[in-house]
Design a binder for this molecule. Structure first.
Ligand code: UD1
Ligand code: UDP
Length: 384
């Protein structure tokens, strides 16, 4: 039997974290799969941190990241480079993840090469072309190019069905980020970032923050930082811990407003196992990230989302996540309520798992075997 040749393409930190469990699963089944990994390296240091943690070696590395990179630059350099990779690898299927510009360029390159596309984390929608930008359109366009859709939730599957996708080509798998989370969080974890071992997690309430989205750069991020500063000024029992994205546009604003405050700890991007264990010990999360909206609810941490819309409604419906926007006083008010109102905190601090059960990668691999005719039945779908 010929092995199924899979080319996995990714380029940024979140894609790498969410593809790592799938890479490991396909490599484990190397009697069926011949798996090649191509990274665009749209992110460099933040991608390498993940590759190193999960022990993944890229077979092809386009190394495209530049300072102040633009959507035009990322799209065109990734597309050209991936064309050459496809020419060498000649896969049976390309698998991409999520909604980044690497994702879209990967799917487009596969289409131009007339190779099938599998899309992991398919079907999330805000139905607003501009939010998140450019991710909503990246994900939608990738969905149009995809042959099979690995949807993390039933809601995501329904979005695809409404767009006319054949149900035979969709499977609800759960999100692979929950697979990753189950391997990283450990009770007695020791941080390699010394400052995180110095925190007394029984006395200080850790407010874990990340914010980096393109649509929040400039005034919204500046407002976010002022909201956080006001919080740190007024509450002496909290520690705001903010690992800052390496984008200089993020670094400049965040360090300008929040540096040198005794209750604010600004850090470089953390290794993912550190991030997950910090989240597990934190009191609450304030973020504009997609991944954190999925991880924190499964750890029972309330999340305030620094956006006006989310493509991840499940944990909002479950009451663990609240979408609050980026206005200074709203951030202060919502966070202050969670710090002072035990009932409100208790309502949100529920461990819910709408995003997965840790078996998403296994379902994806099983579905691939079914799709390529090796097995006869479609695997059971994830149900929350
Ligand atoms: C990208 C994705 C976004 C995803 C985010 C996750 C696009 C258009 N955006 O946004 O969907 O949510 O990643 O973090 O696909 N940089 C470094 N080192 C790194 C990474 C970034 O220095 O390891 C700096 C570079 O100066 C780079 C800048 O950050 O030019 C912006 O990176 P880019 O990938 O364009 O945008 P992100 O905001 O990271
Ligand atoms: N993350 C990490 N180190 C950090 C900040 C985030 O490992 O310092 C992880 C986080 O746990 C989540 C993912 O990175 O799994 C989210 O990535 P990011 O915020 O870059 O992108 P987004 O989720 O917004 O697409």
């Amino acid at each position: 039997m010929n092995k199924i040749k899979i080319l996995i393409i990714f380029g940024t930190r979140p894609e790498a974290i969410k593809m790592a469990p799938l890479v490991q699963e396909l490599k484990k089944r190397n009697n069926f799969f011949d798996c090649t990994i191509a990274v665009t390296a749209q992110h460099r240091e933040m991608l390498d941190q993940v590759l190193s943690l999960f022990n993944i070696r890229a077979d092809h590395d386009l190394n495209i990241m530049t300072d102040k990179q633009t959507l035009f630059g990322i799209t065109t350099t990734a597309l050209l480079g991936l064309g050459q990779v496809l020419d060498k690898v000649k896969p049976d299927m390309v698998i991409v993840h999520g909604d980044t510009t690497t994702t879209f360029a990967g799917a487009l390159a596969a289409f131009y090469y007339k190779v099938k596309v599998g899309h992991v984390e398919a079907g999330l929608r805000t139905h607003n072309k501009w939010l998140p930008f450019p991710e909503e359109m990246n994900r939608k366009l990738t969905g149009s190019l995809a042959d099979i859709h690995f949807s993390p939730t039933e809601t995501a599957k329904k979005n695809l069905l409404k767009e006319g996708v054949n149900p035979e080509n969709i499977i609800v798998t759960g999100n692979t980020v929950i697979d990753a989370l189950q391997t990283t969080v450990k009770k007695n974890f020791v941080f390699s970032t010394a400052a995180l071992n110095d925190i007394d997690y029984t006395k200080e309430k850790v407010v874990l923050v990340t914010a980096h989205r393109r649509e929040n750069l400039g005034k919204p991020l500046d407002d976010i930082c002022h909201g956080l500063k006001k919080l740190a000024d007024d509450f002496d029992d909290i520690k705001i811990v903010y690992p800052v994205h390496l984008n200089p546009a993020v670094q400049n604003t965040v360090f300008d407003v929040l540096d040198n405050h005794e209750r604010i700890l600004l850090l470089n991007p953390l290794d993912t196992d550190e991030m997950h264990n910090l989240m597990a010990r934190s009191y609450m999360v304030i973020t504009d990230s997609g991944g954190l909206q999925e991880e924190a609810p499964s750890l029972g941490k309330p999340v305030l989302v620094l956006r006006n819309e989310t493509e991840r409604p499940e944990a909002v419906d479950a009451g663990t996540v609240k979408v609050i926007g980026t206005e200074i006083n709203t951030i202060y008010k919502e966070a202050a309520r969670l710090l002072t109102d035990k009932d409100e905190y208790g309502k949100m601090a529920n461990s819910v798992n709408p995003y997965g059960d840790g078996c998403a990668s296994r379902r994806i691999a099983d579905f691939l075997l079914y799709y390529f005719g090796i097995t006869k039945s479609k695997p059971e779908e994830f149900r929350s």
